[in-house]
Design a protein around this ligand. Structure first.
Ligand code: FDA
Length: 514
């Protein structure tokens, strides 16, 4: 059995022989000073390194597609896994850790973006961040945009592979609904585009989860129209200001609001600074694709209880709204969109659900009680309204199935600073208990979840051996529902029969589907 050092040497030797030029320009071994910062910087969630994991043999930062192709060839030859990393925001760190000998393929240097104004489209390389995509579009046009997520440092490689929910999905669907072509490198090292990969594989890569079918090098996206001025607001209400009734009422608005209006709620515990007392606060955060004078009558008609006034609303360009939703202070330069370094990394656990029937008030009150047990601001429930265009797109159109029939999504997010195992276990127990408590109030048969909010509690592949359909469908049905999951299994059997691209929740290769 080779030691890690031998395997690394063999792997590097192989890369040398494949690349006529020096490989030092894109290879980082543990001897390189940059190795450990590369490893840490782009792993958002400190929890994934809290328990002992293997270190990658090398971190590869390809500068061109050929470097990726040779990495595949050498990884296969030497039995080394590849973990693909674009923005490093995987909730369970699967782009940066593995229980088996592996290399990290970090696509940060492949992040070119070219906008075609005439065709209202763009080619975006996988290592680009959402902030970079938004910035580059806005440089060219103030009335074009792209409907993807709020987190600006999130990478498009992982985000689009898992769907990509954002503030404009009621108008335009999710990011993956707006992908029109892609370049991927398959397990044989071949570069494929939409035409050469065929419609089945092109279907699978738009939401079927990353690290399963190949390495996405670039996406071609459809840009969408936005007005020159949009309106945003963030209105907070505590329990004393009727928060429970407002949250309850909000659940009935999904069919009432026009597609131009998105209204999310962030629920958290807050401290009153004066007396140290705590309460629950619901922050109603909104993007409206139009001016305030059109927004106000809509909210006043359908949701008068919120008490929204003109003073609460701010008109701005769409690009400035991306900073607003990312929590960047007003007046900051657009250059913030280009920042890649993750801010304030912490320990983190996230989970998700989709809700199909309004949650009764007494259940909301029981949820608030659970929030009281957690430090202020460290636990947050995000309620994201669906409906609109999301209802019109078929649940089979791409692997992301959470469409008509769902009112909103819940994202449970828990952050903490303490690194001891005891603290980790305590926080994990809290969020798991909350998740169990929610079962009666959320989608059932199957209970569903969003693959981009990856949650290994839902089940994992047998990473050391072969997985079975029975094991995989436990988490697979939750992310994709039955038909889409079955189709993903079939695509996998066709395009990657060696199960070369795999991780704890990649679509497994199953013999009898080949
Ligand atoms: P990362 O590089 O970790 O990749 C994620 C997964 O995709 C891994 O399995 C990886 O191997 C694989 N992968 C990456 N690049 C690939 C490629 N080129 N080809 C094939 N596979 C690839 N989601 C959302 O819908 N809306 C939102 O607003 C936000 N906001 C947000 C904020 C913050 C702070 C975080 C941490 C996360 C989010 N997310 C989100 C979730 C986010 O969409 C999800 O974590 C993405 O998978 C992250 O993609 P990255 O490329 O950054 O991660």
């Amino acid at each position: 059995v080779n030691s890690a050092k031998d395997t690394r040497e063999d792997f590097l030797q192989c890369l040398h022989s494949q690349n006529s030029n020096s490989i030092s320009s894109f290879i980082n071994t543990p001897n390189n000073p940059s190795y450990s910062s590369l490893l840490q910087n782009y792993t958002q969630n400190l929890r994934v390194r809290a328990t002992k994991t293997l270190e990658p043999l090398v971190i590869i930062k390809p500068k061109k597609a050929f470097h990726i192709q040779t990495t595949i060839i050498c990884s296969k030859k030497h039995g080394v896994q590849i973990r693909i990393r674009s923005g490093g925001h995987d909730y369970e760190g699967l782009s940066s850790v593995s229980p088996l000998p592996f290399v990290v393929l970090d696509l940060i240097d492949l992040r070119n973006i070219t906008v075609d104004l005439a065709k209202k489209s763009a080619w975006v390389q996988a290592g680009a961040s959402l902030g970079e995509v938004y910035y580059t579009i806005a440089e060219k046009s103030s009335t074009l945009a792209f409907p993807a997520g709020v987190g600006l440092t999130v990478g498009v490689g992982g985000h689009f592979s898992g769907g990509g929910e954002g503030m404009m999905m009621r108008k335009y669907g999710i990011a993956a609904d707006n992908i029109i072509d892609a370049k991927i490198i398959n397990a044989e090292g071949k570069i494929l585009d939409r035409e050469s990969m065929g419609e089945d594989l092109f279907w699978a890569i738009r939401g079927g989860g990353g690290n399963t079918f190949g390495i996405v090098v670039a996406w071609k996206i459809n840009l969408v129209d936005v007005p020159p001025v949009v309106t945003v607001f963030n209105v907070t209400r505590t329990l004393e200001q009727n928060a429970t009734n407002l949250v309850h009422r909000w659940q009935y608005l999904v069919d009432k609001f026009p597609e131009d209006l998105a209204l999310r709620i962030f629920v958290r515990r807050v401290n009153f600074s004066q007396d140290g007392n705590t309460t629950i606060q619901a922050a109603f955060t909104s993007l409206f694709l139009g001016r305030v004078d059109r927004l106000l009558p809509i909210v006043q008609q359908h949701f008068p209880e919120l008490g929204l006034t003109k003073k609460d609303c701010i008109e701005m360009s769409w690009i400035n709204s991306t900073l607003y939703f990312a929590g960047v202070p007003n007046g900051a330069s657009l250059d913030v969109l280009l920042k890649r370094d993750p801010q304030g990394r912490m320990f983190f656990k996230g989970k998700s659900d989709y809700v199909q029937e309004p949650i009764p008030k007494n259940a909301l009150e029981k949820i608030w009680k659970r929030l009281y047990k957690m430090d202020a601001k460290m636990a947050e429930l995000q309620f994201t309204i669906l409906g609109g265009k999301m209802n019109e797109i078929s649940e089979f159109s791409i692997p992301f199935p959470h469409r008509a029939g769902n009112l909103f999504q819940i994202h449970y997010a828990l952050l903490w600073h303490e690194e001891s195992i005891k603290e980790i276990n305590w926080h994990m127990k809290w969020i798991r208990e909350l998740y169990d408590f929610m079962a009666p109030y959320v989608a059932k048969h199957p209970r569903t979840a969003y693959v981009n909010y990856r949650d290994l509690d839902l089940g994992t592949n047998n990473i050391h051996g072969n997985s079975t359909y029975q094991e995989a469908c436990i988490w697979g049905f939750k992310y994709f529902k039955v038909n889409n999951f079955n189709r993903l299994i079939q695509v996998k059997a066709t395009v990657d029969p060696d199960n070369f691209f795999r991780n704890e929740q990649s679509i497994p290769y199953l013999d009898h589907y080949a």
